[in-house]
Ligand binder design. Sequence first.
Ligand SMILES: [Zn+2]
Length: 437
Amino acid sequence: MKRDFDRSLLTRPELRDLEECGGTDQRQSRIPLRKEQYAVGHAVNSMYLYTSATDVCMEQDDPDLRAALDRIWNDLISRKIYVHGGVCANQHGLSIRGDRVGEAHGNPYELPNSTGYNETCAQIGNFMWNWRLLLMTGEARYADVMELCLYNSILPCIGQDGASWFYMNPLRWYGKDQELKSHKHQHERYQPTVNSTCCPTNLLRTMASLHGYLYSMSDDGISLDHYGANVFDGTLLDGSPLRLRQDTDYPWSGKIVITIESTPSYEFIIRLRIPNWAVGASLSLNGVSQSSELKPTSYYEMRREWRSGDVIELDLPMEACLLVAHPKIEACHNHAAVKRGPIVYCLESPDLPDEIHVSDVRLPRAIALTPKCEPDLLNGVTVLEGAALRVEPEDWSDALYRPLSLKPLDEIDIRLIPYYAWANRGPAEMTIWMPLA
Ligand SMILES: [Zn+2]
């Protein structure tokens, strides 16, 4: 029997859309998921939907659903993800099919910086989705996405006091001149007294379970999906005990020493992920260099009868590099971001002289950025230092536009910090994307 109810009860616009149109992009219900082309609508909910749909694909053969997830993943990764892994461009907007959406994916290449919403839960959702895709396929590209999100758009949520937290993760910040879109009159991380049941708890359970994401198992062996100093003390899938140790300063260094401490005495595979940024990676086993090419975004497989005391040394070169954005990302025209290994960097005003604004700095295209370990800064970080250029600071008062100044640019020494560590030194200006000189 068809049921009816008082439609005036549908006060939220997205619910009215749902009723009138038979579905809405906000809730991924306008188009049946198996026919969907796009990452669309509420970013957190969409990620949870794609995550659970991937679970379905792991349990049963569903080629239409699998193909849809591939299309959506390609749309997200080639048109809608921020350089720091954020996947929620808009607080409010219209979807590609004209539905009102909130806390949502943008349209293709719509990736604003200061208003980039990037709810922490959306990146955690993307992390969980890509973990399942990794388990389903064994493809390194999914682990690359997990790593990008983890270090650069999940970790920034939490302050270095261990208690304050962000809901949104913008890429540009104007300090006290800007308030967070997620919470009015807020210019920095919230204190724990600000009530929210999603991002802080979601972040804590992700961090508390992080060890469960580092390795994955298959019938033929073990994969090292993410690196960090730790000991694996577990079993292969057949129950045989295996213990190995990673000694490394990752993510500040790409040198990883893996020692097999105890192993079953039969042949199995150890797979090592070569991240997408690791060009020119090299590897040795018990001091003997391996001549095979280690391709970025792949797993390097080592099949042998392992012995206790075997040592693998993996070297993933971490050169600081300038990234530029697709020309259709309007907010990033003629700008560059800086990444070293898995870490995205930013320029923050406490690292500049008082009279210089973040927006005054220009990056030379051939800038040499030198890593420097700073154990006493921001709980211990590796910063990048280099000689940049700056425009003359100007008082803009009420002017909105003015003729271009032809004054020569002066040099200025800059220090970039990991983006995840921003907003720990009081309200400050910050940018990931910097104008090129
Ligand atoms: Zn949240």
